[in-house]
Ligand binder design. Structure first.
Ligand code: PFF
Length: 446
Protein backbone atom coordinates (compact mmCIF):
# COMPACT_ATOMS: atom_id res chain seq x y z
CA UNK A 1 0.00 0.00 0.00
CA UNK A 2 1.33 3.42 -0.92
CA UNK A 3 1.55 5.95 1.93
CA UNK A 4 -1.14 8.70 1.92
CA UNK A 5 -0.21 11.82 -0.05
CA UNK A 6 1.32 14.70 1.84
CA UNK A 7 -0.27 18.16 2.05
CA UNK A 8 0.98 21.57 3.14
CA UNK A 9 -0.60 22.35 6.48
CA UNK A 10 -0.91 26.12 6.04
CA UNK A 11 -0.83 28.90 3.48
CA UNK A 12 2.39 30.15 5.02
CA UNK A 13 3.96 26.69 4.64
CA UNK A 14 3.04 26.53 0.97
CA UNK A 15 4.21 30.09 0.34
CA UNK A 16 7.57 29.42 1.94
CA UNK A 17 7.99 26.16 0.03
CA UNK A 18 6.94 27.52 -3.37
CA UNK A 19 8.80 30.80 -3.02
CA UNK A 20 11.72 28.75 -1.69
CA UNK A 21 11.69 26.79 -4.93
CA UNK A 22 11.46 29.98 -6.96
CA UNK A 23 14.03 31.98 -5.03
CA UNK A 24 17.43 30.49 -5.68
CA UNK A 25 20.76 31.15 -7.32
CA UNK A 26 18.71 32.43 -10.26
CA UNK A 27 17.47 35.37 -8.18
CA UNK A 28 20.53 36.26 -6.20
CA UNK A 29 23.14 35.65 -8.84
CA UNK A 30 21.41 35.33 -12.21
CA UNK A 31 19.01 38.23 -12.04
CA UNK A 32 21.37 41.01 -10.89
CA UNK A 33 24.09 40.04 -13.35
CA UNK A 34 21.62 39.67 -16.20
CA UNK A 35 20.29 43.11 -15.36
CA UNK A 36 23.78 44.59 -15.24
CA UNK A 37 24.74 43.24 -18.63
CA UNK A 38 21.40 44.10 -20.29
CA UNK A 39 20.92 47.79 -19.68
CA UNK A 40 20.12 47.92 -15.93
CA UNK A 41 16.56 49.04 -15.32
CA UNK A 42 15.66 48.38 -18.98
CA UNK A 43 16.11 44.70 -18.14
CA UNK A 44 14.28 45.09 -14.84
CA UNK A 45 11.36 46.70 -16.64
CA UNK A 46 11.17 43.98 -19.34
CA UNK A 47 11.59 41.30 -16.71
CA UNK A 48 8.71 42.61 -14.63
CA UNK A 49 6.42 42.64 -17.66
CA UNK A 50 7.44 39.14 -18.77
CA UNK A 51 7.25 37.74 -15.25
CA UNK A 52 3.67 38.87 -14.76
CA UNK A 53 2.44 38.54 -18.35
CA UNK A 54 4.06 35.22 -19.27
CA UNK A 55 5.53 33.45 -16.28
CA UNK A 56 2.67 34.07 -13.83
CA UNK A 57 0.01 32.55 -16.16
CA UNK A 58 2.29 29.56 -16.77
CA UNK A 59 2.83 29.22 -13.02
CA UNK A 60 -0.94 29.23 -12.50
CA UNK A 61 -1.36 26.53 -15.15
CA UNK A 62 1.01 24.25 -13.21
CA UNK A 63 -0.56 24.97 -9.82
CA UNK A 64 -4.10 24.36 -11.06
CA UNK A 65 -3.25 21.14 -12.93
CA UNK A 66 -1.34 19.89 -9.89
CA UNK A 67 -4.07 20.56 -7.39
CA UNK A 68 -6.75 19.10 -9.63
CA UNK A 69 -4.88 15.86 -10.29
CA UNK A 70 -3.21 15.60 -6.87
CA UNK A 71 -0.45 13.62 -8.49
CA UNK A 72 3.04 13.78 -9.99
CA UNK A 73 3.55 15.49 -13.36
CA UNK A 74 3.22 12.39 -15.54
CA UNK A 75 0.00 11.19 -13.93
CA UNK A 76 -1.39 14.73 -13.69
CA UNK A 77 -0.92 15.52 -17.38
CA UNK A 78 -2.45 12.17 -18.30
CA UNK A 79 -5.41 12.84 -16.01
CA UNK A 80 -6.34 16.03 -17.83
CA UNK A 81 -5.87 14.46 -21.28
CA UNK A 82 -8.41 12.51 -23.22
CA UNK A 83 -7.61 10.38 -26.24
CA UNK A 84 -4.62 8.16 -26.85
CA UNK A 85 -2.45 10.69 -28.64
CA UNK A 86 -2.74 13.38 -26.01
CA UNK A 87 -2.16 10.84 -23.26
CA UNK A 88 1.00 9.75 -25.02
CA UNK A 89 2.06 13.38 -25.35
CA UNK A 90 1.31 13.81 -21.63
CA UNK A 91 3.58 10.91 -20.80
CA UNK A 92 6.33 12.36 -22.95
CA UNK A 93 6.09 15.91 -21.56
CA UNK A 94 5.93 14.60 -17.99
CA UNK A 95 8.99 12.45 -18.53
CA UNK A 96 11.02 15.11 -20.29
CA UNK A 97 10.16 17.37 -17.34
CA UNK A 98 11.46 14.78 -14.87
CA UNK A 99 14.66 14.26 -16.85
CA UNK A 100 15.17 18.01 -17.31
CA UNK A 101 14.72 18.82 -13.63
CA UNK A 102 17.11 16.00 -12.67
CA UNK A 103 19.78 17.46 -14.94
CA UNK A 104 19.10 20.97 -13.64
CA UNK A 105 19.64 19.61 -10.14
CA UNK A 106 22.87 17.93 -11.25
CA UNK A 107 24.50 21.25 -12.20
CA UNK A 108 22.71 23.25 -9.52
CA UNK A 109 24.14 20.90 -6.89
CA UNK A 110 27.67 21.60 -8.11
CA UNK A 111 27.27 25.36 -7.83
CA UNK A 112 25.54 24.98 -4.48
CA UNK A 113 28.51 22.89 -3.32
CA UNK A 114 30.80 25.85 -4.11
CA UNK A 115 28.53 28.02 -1.94
CA UNK A 116 28.96 25.67 1.02
CA UNK A 117 32.74 25.60 0.54
CA UNK A 118 32.82 29.41 0.50
CA UNK A 119 30.61 29.47 3.59
CA UNK A 120 33.17 27.39 5.51
CA UNK A 121 36.12 29.44 4.24
CA UNK A 122 35.64 32.50 6.52
CA UNK A 123 35.07 30.14 9.47
CA UNK A 124 38.36 28.39 8.67
CA UNK A 125 40.08 31.78 8.49
CA UNK A 126 38.55 32.79 11.81
CA UNK A 127 40.06 29.65 13.32
CA UNK A 128 43.42 30.41 11.73
CA UNK A 129 43.29 27.32 9.47
CA UNK A 130 44.82 28.99 6.43
CA UNK A 131 45.61 25.75 4.59
CA UNK A 132 42.03 24.62 4.93
CA UNK A 133 40.87 28.04 3.75
CA UNK A 134 43.06 27.77 0.64
CA UNK A 135 41.71 24.29 -0.06
CA UNK A 136 38.11 25.46 0.34
CA UNK A 137 38.48 28.32 -2.10
CA UNK A 138 40.62 26.58 -4.67
CA UNK A 139 38.61 25.24 -7.59
CA UNK A 140 39.55 21.56 -7.64
CA UNK A 141 37.84 18.31 -8.59
CA UNK A 142 38.23 16.89 -5.09
CA UNK A 143 36.67 19.88 -3.35
CA UNK A 144 33.85 20.12 -5.87
CA UNK A 145 33.08 16.41 -5.57
CA UNK A 146 32.97 16.44 -1.78
CA UNK A 147 30.74 19.47 -1.56
CA UNK A 148 28.29 18.39 -4.20
CA UNK A 149 27.92 15.10 -2.32
CA UNK A 150 27.40 16.97 0.95
CA UNK A 151 24.80 19.26 -0.60
CA UNK A 152 22.94 16.36 -2.19
CA UNK A 153 22.91 14.45 1.10
CA UNK A 154 21.17 17.37 2.81
CA UNK A 155 18.69 17.63 -0.07
CA UNK A 156 17.97 13.88 0.13
CA UNK A 157 17.57 14.09 3.91
CA UNK A 158 14.91 16.82 3.66
CA UNK A 159 12.99 15.12 0.85
CA UNK A 160 13.06 11.78 2.69
CA UNK A 161 11.17 13.41 5.56
CA UNK A 162 8.17 14.18 3.33
CA UNK A 163 6.02 17.19 2.47
CA UNK A 164 5.12 18.37 5.96
CA UNK A 165 8.11 17.26 8.01
CA UNK A 166 10.66 17.88 5.29
CA UNK A 167 9.76 20.48 2.65
CA UNK A 168 7.33 22.61 4.66
CA UNK A 169 9.25 22.52 7.91
CA UNK A 170 12.59 23.43 6.38
CA UNK A 171 11.28 26.01 3.93
CA UNK A 172 9.41 27.73 6.79
CA UNK A 173 12.66 27.97 8.73
CA UNK A 174 14.99 28.83 5.91
CA UNK A 175 13.04 31.36 3.85
CA UNK A 176 12.45 33.91 6.66
CA UNK A 177 16.16 33.62 7.55
CA UNK A 178 17.04 34.26 3.91
CA UNK A 179 14.98 37.45 3.83
CA UNK A 180 16.48 38.75 7.08
CA UNK A 181 20.07 38.04 5.95
CA UNK A 182 19.41 39.64 2.56
CA UNK A 183 18.01 42.81 4.15
CA UNK A 184 20.90 43.11 6.61
CA UNK A 185 23.44 42.68 3.83
CA UNK A 186 21.76 45.28 1.62
CA UNK A 187 21.68 47.83 4.44
CA UNK A 188 25.35 47.22 5.21
CA UNK A 189 26.62 47.27 1.62
CA UNK A 190 24.72 50.45 0.77
CA UNK A 191 26.70 52.33 3.42
CA UNK A 192 30.04 51.53 1.72
CA UNK A 193 31.90 53.82 -0.70
CA UNK A 194 31.06 53.14 -4.33
CA UNK A 195 27.69 51.49 -3.56
CA UNK A 196 25.68 54.31 -5.10
CA UNK A 197 27.45 53.84 -8.45
CA UNK A 198 26.29 50.24 -8.41
CA UNK A 199 22.75 51.26 -7.59
CA UNK A 200 22.88 53.68 -10.49
CA UNK A 201 24.14 51.00 -12.90
CA UNK A 202 21.27 48.82 -11.74
CA UNK A 203 18.43 51.30 -11.64
CA UNK A 204 19.15 53.81 -14.39
CA UNK A 205 17.65 52.36 -17.57
CA UNK A 206 19.40 52.24 -20.90
CA UNK A 207 16.26 52.15 -23.03
CA UNK A 208 18.21 51.86 -26.26
CA UNK A 209 18.55 48.16 -25.34
CA UNK A 210 14.90 47.47 -24.66
CA UNK A 211 14.08 46.18 -28.14
CA UNK A 212 17.26 44.12 -28.25
CA UNK A 213 16.28 40.48 -28.91
CA UNK A 214 18.96 39.19 -26.56
CA UNK A 215 17.47 41.24 -23.72
CA UNK A 216 14.05 39.65 -24.37
CA UNK A 217 15.47 36.14 -24.55
CA UNK A 218 17.51 36.63 -21.38
CA UNK A 219 14.56 38.15 -19.54
CA UNK A 220 12.23 35.32 -20.52
CA UNK A 221 14.76 32.61 -19.71
CA UNK A 222 15.40 34.30 -16.38
CA UNK A 223 11.66 34.53 -15.61
CA UNK A 224 11.03 30.85 -16.42
CA UNK A 225 14.08 29.60 -14.56
CA UNK A 226 13.34 31.82 -11.62
CA UNK A 227 9.75 30.66 -11.22
CA UNK A 228 10.94 27.03 -11.60
CA UNK A 229 8.54 26.54 -14.51
CA UNK A 230 8.02 23.79 -17.05
CA UNK A 231 9.60 20.93 -15.16
CA UNK A 232 6.76 19.98 -12.83
CA UNK A 233 8.08 21.54 -9.63
CA UNK A 234 5.23 23.96 -9.23
CA UNK A 235 2.82 21.27 -10.40
CA UNK A 236 3.90 18.90 -7.65
CA UNK A 237 3.82 21.65 -5.01
CA UNK A 238 0.36 22.60 -6.33
CA UNK A 239 -0.73 19.01 -5.79
CA UNK A 240 -0.03 19.40 -2.06
CA UNK A 241 -2.18 22.54 -1.62
CA UNK A 242 -5.43 22.24 0.30
CA UNK A 243 -8.65 22.50 -1.76
CA UNK A 244 -9.81 25.51 0.27
CA UNK A 245 -6.89 27.59 -0.86
CA UNK A 246 -7.43 30.51 -3.24
CA UNK A 247 -5.09 29.60 -6.10
CA UNK A 248 -4.95 32.91 -8.03
CA UNK A 249 -4.06 34.74 -4.83
CA UNK A 250 -1.36 32.38 -3.63
CA UNK A 251 0.07 32.09 -7.14
CA UNK A 252 0.44 35.86 -7.31
CA UNK A 253 2.01 35.94 -3.85
CA UNK A 254 4.63 33.43 -4.99
CA UNK A 255 5.37 35.47 -8.12
CA UNK A 256 5.58 38.68 -6.08
CA UNK A 257 7.94 37.14 -3.54
CA UNK A 258 10.13 35.76 -6.29
CA UNK A 259 10.32 39.00 -8.23
CA UNK A 260 10.65 41.06 -5.04
CA UNK A 261 13.61 39.05 -3.81
CA UNK A 262 15.29 39.17 -7.23
CA UNK A 263 14.93 42.95 -7.30
CA UNK A 264 16.28 43.18 -3.76
CA UNK A 265 19.20 40.92 -4.63
CA UNK A 266 20.10 43.42 -7.37
CA UNK A 267 20.35 46.05 -4.66
CA UNK A 268 22.97 43.90 -2.96
CA UNK A 269 25.05 42.44 -5.78
CA UNK A 270 25.52 45.46 -8.04
CA UNK A 271 26.39 47.89 -5.25
CA UNK A 272 28.76 45.22 -3.87
CA UNK A 273 30.49 44.99 -7.26
CA UNK A 274 31.03 48.73 -7.41
CA UNK A 275 32.24 48.77 -3.82
CA UNK A 276 34.75 46.13 -4.96
CA UNK A 277 35.74 48.40 -7.86
CA UNK A 278 36.27 51.27 -5.44
CA UNK A 279 38.56 49.02 -3.38
CA UNK A 280 40.64 48.15 -6.43
CA UNK A 281 39.10 44.79 -7.38
CA UNK A 282 38.67 44.16 -11.13
CA UNK A 283 34.97 43.84 -11.95
CA UNK A 284 35.11 43.99 -15.75
CA UNK A 285 36.01 41.10 -18.03
CA UNK A 286 38.24 41.28 -21.13
CA UNK A 287 35.30 42.30 -23.33
CA UNK A 288 34.58 45.27 -21.07
CA UNK A 289 31.37 43.83 -19.56
CA UNK A 290 30.77 43.20 -15.87
CA UNK A 291 32.08 39.85 -14.68
CA UNK A 292 28.90 37.81 -14.38
CA UNK A 293 29.80 34.11 -14.46
CA UNK A 294 31.24 32.02 -11.63
CA UNK A 295 34.05 34.58 -11.37
CA UNK A 296 31.64 37.03 -9.77
CA UNK A 297 30.75 34.80 -6.84
CA UNK A 298 33.99 32.91 -6.36
CA UNK A 299 36.45 35.68 -7.14
CA UNK A 300 35.09 39.27 -7.26
CA UNK A 301 32.96 39.10 -4.11
CA UNK A 302 35.49 37.11 -2.04
CA UNK A 303 38.20 39.62 -3.05
CA UNK A 304 35.94 42.42 -1.87
CA UNK A 305 35.23 40.60 1.40
CA UNK A 306 38.93 40.18 2.16
CA UNK A 307 39.47 43.93 1.73
CA UNK A 308 36.89 44.53 4.47
CA UNK A 309 39.05 43.16 7.29
CA UNK A 310 37.42 41.56 10.34
CA UNK A 311 33.89 42.53 9.42
CA UNK A 312 34.41 40.94 5.99
CA UNK A 313 34.57 37.54 7.68
CA UNK A 314 31.08 37.93 9.09
CA UNK A 315 29.72 39.45 5.89
CA UNK A 316 31.16 36.46 4.00
CA UNK A 317 29.53 33.98 6.38
CA UNK A 318 26.19 35.78 5.99
CA UNK A 319 26.48 36.04 2.21
CA UNK A 320 27.34 32.40 1.61
CA UNK A 321 24.72 31.29 4.15
CA UNK A 322 22.26 33.28 2.04
CA UNK A 323 23.40 31.54 -1.14
CA UNK A 324 23.33 28.08 0.47
CA UNK A 325 19.82 28.56 1.85
CA UNK A 326 18.57 29.86 -1.49
CA UNK A 327 20.06 26.81 -3.26
CA UNK A 328 18.72 24.31 -0.79
CA UNK A 329 15.08 25.41 -0.86
CA UNK A 330 15.26 25.19 -4.66
CA UNK A 331 17.07 21.87 -4.83
CA UNK A 332 14.53 20.13 -2.58
CA UNK A 333 11.75 21.19 -4.96
CA UNK A 334 13.72 19.71 -7.86
CA UNK A 335 14.33 16.36 -6.17
CA UNK A 336 10.66 16.17 -5.16
CA UNK A 337 9.61 15.92 -8.84
CA UNK A 338 11.20 12.51 -9.66
CA UNK A 339 10.71 11.24 -6.10
CA UNK A 340 6.96 11.93 -6.17
CA UNK A 341 6.77 10.12 -9.49
CA UNK A 342 8.64 7.07 -8.17
CA UNK A 343 6.56 6.98 -4.98
CA UNK A 344 3.23 7.30 -6.75
CA UNK A 345 3.89 5.38 -9.90
CA UNK A 346 6.19 2.64 -8.75
CA UNK A 347 5.02 2.51 -5.15
CA UNK A 348 8.55 2.96 -3.90
CA UNK A 349 8.88 3.99 -0.28
CA UNK A 350 9.71 7.73 -0.05
CA UNK A 351 13.03 7.36 1.77
CA UNK A 352 14.21 4.71 -0.64
CA UNK A 353 13.09 6.74 -3.65
CA UNK A 354 14.84 9.87 -2.35
CA UNK A 355 18.03 7.93 -1.67
CA UNK A 356 18.08 6.10 -5.01
CA UNK A 357 17.17 9.05 -7.23
CA UNK A 358 19.26 11.51 -5.21
CA UNK A 359 22.27 9.20 -5.56
CA UNK A 360 21.74 8.80 -9.31
CA UNK A 361 21.63 12.59 -9.73
CA UNK A 362 24.77 12.92 -7.59
CA UNK A 363 26.54 10.50 -9.91
CA UNK A 364 25.58 12.71 -12.88
CA UNK A 365 26.93 15.72 -10.95
CA UNK A 366 30.20 13.91 -10.37
CA UNK A 367 30.49 13.03 -14.06
CA UNK A 368 30.06 16.75 -14.80
CA UNK A 369 32.61 17.71 -12.13
CA UNK A 370 35.15 15.35 -13.68
CA UNK A 371 34.43 16.64 -17.21
CA UNK A 372 33.63 20.20 -16.34
CA UNK A 373 34.62 22.05 -19.48
CA UNK A 374 32.79 20.01 -22.07
CA UNK A 375 29.74 19.24 -19.92
CA UNK A 376 28.80 22.03 -17.53
CA UNK A 377 27.78 24.72 -20.01
CA UNK A 378 26.19 22.14 -22.26
CA UNK A 379 23.91 20.81 -19.51
CA UNK A 380 23.00 24.35 -18.39
CA UNK A 381 22.15 25.45 -21.94
CA UNK A 382 20.16 22.39 -22.97
CA UNK A 383 18.10 22.25 -19.78
CA UNK A 384 17.42 25.93 -19.14
CA UNK A 385 17.50 27.49 -22.58
CA UNK A 386 16.08 24.70 -24.73
CA UNK A 387 14.08 22.30 -22.61
CA UNK A 388 12.53 24.58 -19.98
CA UNK A 389 10.84 27.12 -22.31
CA UNK A 390 9.55 24.33 -24.57
CA UNK A 391 8.13 22.48 -21.59
CA UNK A 392 6.56 25.74 -20.37
CA UNK A 393 4.96 26.00 -23.80
CA UNK A 394 3.67 22.41 -23.53
CA UNK A 395 2.15 23.04 -20.09
CA UNK A 396 0.23 26.02 -21.48
CA UNK A 397 -1.07 23.85 -24.34
CA UNK A 398 -2.20 21.15 -21.93
CA UNK A 399 -3.91 23.63 -19.61
CA UNK A 400 -5.62 25.67 -22.28
CA UNK A 401 -6.16 23.47 -25.33
CA UNK A 402 -6.41 19.94 -23.98
CA UNK A 403 -7.98 20.29 -20.55
CA UNK A 404 -11.67 21.18 -20.35
CA UNK A 405 -12.35 24.74 -19.38
CA UNK A 406 -15.28 23.81 -17.16
CA UNK A 407 -13.06 21.51 -15.09
CA UNK A 408 -10.46 24.23 -14.64
CA UNK A 409 -13.13 26.60 -13.43
CA UNK A 410 -14.52 24.06 -10.99
CA UNK A 411 -11.04 23.44 -9.62
CA UNK A 412 -10.29 27.12 -9.02
CA UNK A 413 -13.76 27.71 -7.59
CA UNK A 414 -13.14 25.32 -4.72
CA UNK A 415 -11.02 27.84 -2.88
CA UNK A 416 -12.22 30.93 -4.73
CA UNK A 417 -15.99 30.67 -5.39
CA UNK A 418 -16.19 34.17 -6.84
CA UNK A 419 -13.48 33.59 -9.47
CA UNK A 420 -15.84 33.71 -12.45
CA UNK A 421 -16.71 37.35 -11.88
CA UNK A 422 -13.14 38.43 -11.11
CA UNK A 423 -10.38 39.75 -13.32
CA UNK A 424 -8.36 36.53 -13.17
CA UNK A 425 -10.91 34.44 -15.05
CA UNK A 426 -11.46 37.23 -17.58
CA UNK A 427 -7.81 37.30 -18.56
CA UNK A 428 -6.02 34.09 -17.65
CA UNK A 429 -7.75 31.53 -19.96
CA UNK A 430 -7.18 33.74 -22.98
CA UNK A 431 -3.62 34.37 -21.91
CA UNK A 432 -2.57 30.74 -21.52
CA UNK A 433 -4.41 29.80 -24.67
CA UNK A 434 -3.02 32.39 -27.06
CA UNK A 435 -0.59 34.91 -25.67
CA UNK A 436 1.70 32.67 -23.62
CA UNK A 437 2.33 29.91 -26.19
CA UNK A 438 2.86 32.37 -29.02
CA UNK A 439 5.07 34.67 -26.97
CA UNK A 440 7.14 31.77 -25.67
CA UNK A 441 7.72 30.50 -29.19
CA UNK A 442 8.50 33.93 -30.62
CA UNK A 443 10.99 34.74 -27.91
CA UNK A 444 12.39 31.21 -28.12
CA UNK A 445 13.07 31.42 -31.85
CA UNK A 446 14.64 34.83 -31.48
N1 PFF B 1 14.04 28.86 -9.40
C1 PFF B 1 15.36 28.45 -9.07
C2 PFF B 1 16.29 29.66 -9.09
O1 PFF B 1 15.87 30.76 -9.44
O2 PFF B 1 17.47 29.50 -8.77
C3 PFF B 1 15.88 27.39 -9.99
C4 PFF B 1 14.96 26.23 -10.25
C5 PFF B 1 14.33 25.59 -9.19
C6 PFF B 1 14.78 25.81 -11.55
C7 PFF B 1 13.49 24.51 -9.45
C8 PFF B 1 13.95 24.74 -11.82
C9 PFF B 1 13.33 24.11 -10.76
F1 PFF B 1 12.53 23.09 -11.02
Amino acid sequence: MAAPRGEFTSRFGFLMAASGSAVGLGNIWGFPTNAASNGGAAFLFTYLILAFALAYPALMAELIIGRYARANAVTALRTISSGNKTRLAALLVGFIGIVTVSFILSFYGIVSGWMIAFFFDPIARLLGASQLSAWLTNDAVMRNSLFVVLFMLVTIYIISAGVKEGIEKWASRLMPSLIVILLLLIVYVLTLPGAMDGLRAYLVPDFSLIADPSLLVDAMGQAFFSLSLGVGTMLIYGSYISSNENLPTIGSLVALLDVGIAVMAGMLILPAMYVALASGVEIYDDAGGLIAGPGLIVSVLPSLLTTMGAIGVFVAIAFFALMTIASLTSSISMLEVPVAYAVEHHELERRRAAMLIGSAITVISLVIVFNFDPLFDLVVTVTTEVSQPLLGFAFCIFAAWIWQRSEILEEIKQGCPEVESGIFWKIWPFYVKFICPVAILVVYFQ
